[in-house]
Design a protein around this ligand. Sequence first.
Ligand code: 6PG
Length: 248
Amino acid sequence: MKLHVYPNSSQTLAGCAEFIAIKMAEAIGLRGVARIALAGGTTPKALYALLARPPFAGSIDWQRIEFYFGDERAVPQTHPDSNYHQVQTHLFTPLGIKPEQIFPMISDPMQLLGIEATRYQHALERWAAGGVPVFDFILNGMGVDGHFASLFPDTPALHERARWVTANPVPQHQTERLTLTYPAFEAARTVCFLVTGHEKHAAFCALNQTEQPTPSARLVQHRHTDWFIDAACHHGPSQTPDTKEFTA
Ligand code: 6PG
């Protein structure tokens, strides 16, 4: 894993945005298109708002990007908890991204989750050339329990290897979610975690845990990942001044 550590959350966001710009340009230059899977959560939300403003609004070739999702909640596209709704509000609408570039996990109107998972699997298979879909870039946040996307500890999707996307019961949140599965994360060209705040320090330290590894630890121990983190996440609360800058 490669660590990109910054003094505070806003500089971490800026570093991550710069990294995305570089990776998108690389993919578009080589293949004419970039396929990115986005995350939900408050940290990624702040990143989307940054990407939708200058300089990133004008420096990334947004029209050549296809937007997918790493996971989604079992709610309609218009619901405030929807990851699609969050990205639509903070990134797609401000940048004028065309609907044909966007691949939400949940349809409008929403279908049964099993049907949505099958539909998304087919959408990925359309460009996966008969194998595992190779995303150019997958953005993840990480929960304090070490989950990423909707791969939560002790949930069935952790063991799914035949499908790239599945419905996953998450008893921790009394809900079911859609999530990409490990094969999709393992195959991606770049997997980037954006994690800030001292409350994530314990989950960050657990990444090298081999005894009952967290979902994030399992991925980190299996393939290269890039981590954009602030000092608070890296060092924990002891060395962290109280200010937490956040440009939402
Ligand atoms: C979701 C996300 C989830 C999120 C992490 C981190 O649907 O909520 O995909 O995996 O990225 O929980 O969220 P925060 O950045 O808000 O802590």
